[in-house]
Write a protein of this length. Structure first.
Length: 197
């Protein structure tokens, strides 16, 4: 309830500021209009105002269109650079998790060192934070905690690709490659319940 009231208060402040800005622009336009068109035939003044408004709207539309085009081009370039990094990340991590016996600690450390600069450069904030959490938990926690942290990383990557992920629950992604995930998930929930009580 507090968050709602705080949000409502913020919305009221923004609305008041916006209303004040509109009033200031209208006041300035009237003042400038009186100064410029003082003593001019009202028909000519109306035509001049219409012409100026048309030019201003056209220029504003052009500027906004270029800005939006530029933003979309930048986003497309970033997305094109993210895809290979994320693919390499997911493939490398899946190899490590699915075949723990075949990958030694040096190879995993080397993979972490190689992928981290690319993630720093191209990953979204959510993916970067999930990666940082995964790396910290992989050194300190149990293997199952690390696997659930990996699922959070996968979810962040999927969200960055544009998937909403609203229907994907904890354990759903892991169930694709871990056979006993339901048992592990039940154990994890019991541990969480025990920690809360």
């Amino acid at each position: 309830m507090r968050a709602f009231m705080k949000g409502l208060g913020s919305l009221a402040i923004v609305a008041a500021l916006l209303f004040g800005a509109v009033e200031a622009v209208v006041f300035a336009a009237r003042y400038v209009g009186r100064q410029v068109f003082h003593g001019v035939n009202p028909t000519v003044a109306a035509a001049a105002v219409t012409a100026m408004a048309t030019v201003l709207v056209a220029v504003a539309t052009l500027v906004m269109g270029r800005y939006i085009e530029r933003r979309k081009a930048i986003e497309a370039e970033i997305r094109a650079s993210k895809i290979p990094v994320y693919t390499r990340l997911v493939s490398g991590m899946m190899r490590t998790i699915l075949n723990p016996d075949s990958s030694n600690a040096d190879e995993v450390a080397q993979f972490f060192r190689e992928i981290t600069p690319d993630l720093i450069t191209w990953a979204s904030d959510d993916v970067l934070l999930a990666w940082s959490k995964f790396k910290r938990e992989s050194q300190a926690n149990s293997p199952m905690d690390m696997v659930f942290s990996f699922e959070a990383l996968l979810s962040a990557v999927r969200r960055d690709y544009g998937h909403s992920g609203r229907k994907v629950q904890e354990g759903d992604l892991l169930a694709l490659f871990i056979n006993d995930i339901d048992e592990q998930l039940a154990r994890r929930r019991r541990q969480r319940g025990a920690q809360r009580s």
